[in-house]
Design a protein around this ligand. Structure first.
Ligand SMILES: [Zn+2]
Length: 377
């Protein structure tokens, strides 16, 4: 049993593999399934921590790659860790930094040691290795830290995926060795193996043997089709221990979340809700809404009549459209707050439906309501 993290499996849905759980960390409790907003540079873009908290967020994510380059993890450590530095006192999860480095393409080189890369900020050369990733995450002091993995591109061939997956396992063992704070920070391992079931099985068997407090399913939601995504989820969660949390990185649309939860996933994160907010897009109980649309010019009703967020309680579609058209920052703030509330509320409704053994009905009702009508663009 990990001192840094405890997971209780509270209830299993009668009609699917969906599960209700509770994670306890040094900075508080997380009810699962849970959506985690992303605060890339130690801030959820355009949101004060108080506003993030008001949306019902239980845990947020921050990015190791960005924070190691700027301001530098030594500065965050001197500030007393990420919680103090950014004034967020609930749980924080940090990623391993690999995803950003590997998406730098020609700017990076992968070896057994790690990945050499050029900073996107000033071109300076850095080595991100398992030891470095853990050192940075130890400095940041996040409650959940991730093992250093390679998220191979979705079109990589079997030979590449097999080698990459085996190397990720070797890297994970080095992460376990390098981890300085196992009593206060829970290290999760990441399963790889692309879209090959036998490679996924091999990866899962090797990382589960390390008896870590939680596990992620990596290498999905990286540009593959929805069928391929669901294909992996049909078996991958079952390869992981039932009594540990399971995390899929980078999913933030309701359909991807519902498909993952249905197959036994507990945690997910994405920049989607705050990113689309800055483009004037909202997720609402009636489907996606583009606030730019001319039909909202004189629409004085709330963005989402079923939503209880600060934005929907106080402002109209006409006002939000005006702010967006005028290029006002307030439009990013209000739409971000609404979108985060929407995914928090979706997580709450999912948990409630599992408690009542009606997840499949809830999923069908949600699909009909959200996707039934044509997208409003
Ligand atoms: Zn709202």
């Amino acid at each position: 049993m990990s001192k840094a993290l405890q997971f209780e499996l509270l209830h299993k849905d009668a009609g699917s593999k969906a599960r209700r759980g509770r994670i306890t960390t040094p900075h508080g409790v997380i009810e699962t399934p849970v959506f985690m907003p992303v605060g890339t540079q130690a801030t959820v873009k355009a949101m004060k921590p108080e506003s993030v908290n008001d949306t019902g967020a239980q845990i947020i994510l921050a990015n190791t790659y960005h924070l190691m380059l700027r301001p530098g993890s030594d500065i965050v450590r001197e500030a007393g860790g990420l919680h103090e530095f950014m004034n967020w006192h609930k749980p924080i999860l940090t990623d391993c930094g690999g995803f950003q480095v590997f998406s730098l393409g020609h700017l990076r080189k992968i070896t057994e040691e790690g990945a050499m890369f050029s900073s996107h900020i000033d071109g300076s050369r850095h080595m991100l290795s398992p030891e470095k990733s853990i050192e940075v995450q130890n400095d940041l002091g996040s409650d959940i830290i991730m093992g250093f993995d390679e998220c191979a591109p979705p079109d990589a061939d079997r030979d590449y995926i097999a080698k990459s997956q085996a190397r990720t396992t070797r890297w994970l063992k080095r992460c376990v060795e390098a981890h300085r704070n196992p009593d206060t920070q829970a290290l999760f391992g990441i399963m790889q193996g692309g879209f090959f079931k036998d490679l996924r099985e091999e990866s899962a068997a090797a990382i589960v043997e390390l008896n870590l407090p939680g596990y992620a399913i990596g290498g999905i939601s990286v540009g593959e089709t929805k069928e391929e995504y669901i294909g992996v989820l049909e078996y991958a969660p079952d390869l992981l221990p039932e009594n540990k949390p399971r995390y899929v990185m980078g999913i933030g649309t309701p359909d991807y979340i519902l498909e993952a939860v249905e197959r036994g996933v507990d945690m997910f994160d994405c920049v989607e809700p705050t990113r689309i907010a800055r483009h004037g897009m909202a997720m609402t109980s009636q489907g996606r809404v583009s606030i730019k649309n001319a039909k909202y010019e004189r629409d004085f009703t709330p963005l989402d009549p079923e939503c209880d967020c600060y934005c929907c309680r106080n402002y109209s579609r006409a006002y939000l459209r005006h702010l967006f058209k005028a290029g006002e920052t307030m439009s990013h703030m209000l739409l971000s707050e609404h979108n985060l509330r929407f995914l928090s509320k979706l997580s709450e409704d999912i948990r409630d439906s599992i408690d009542k053994d009606r997840f499949s009905d809830f999923k069908a009702e949600f699909y009909a309501k959200y996707y039934g009508e044509r997208e409003q663009r």
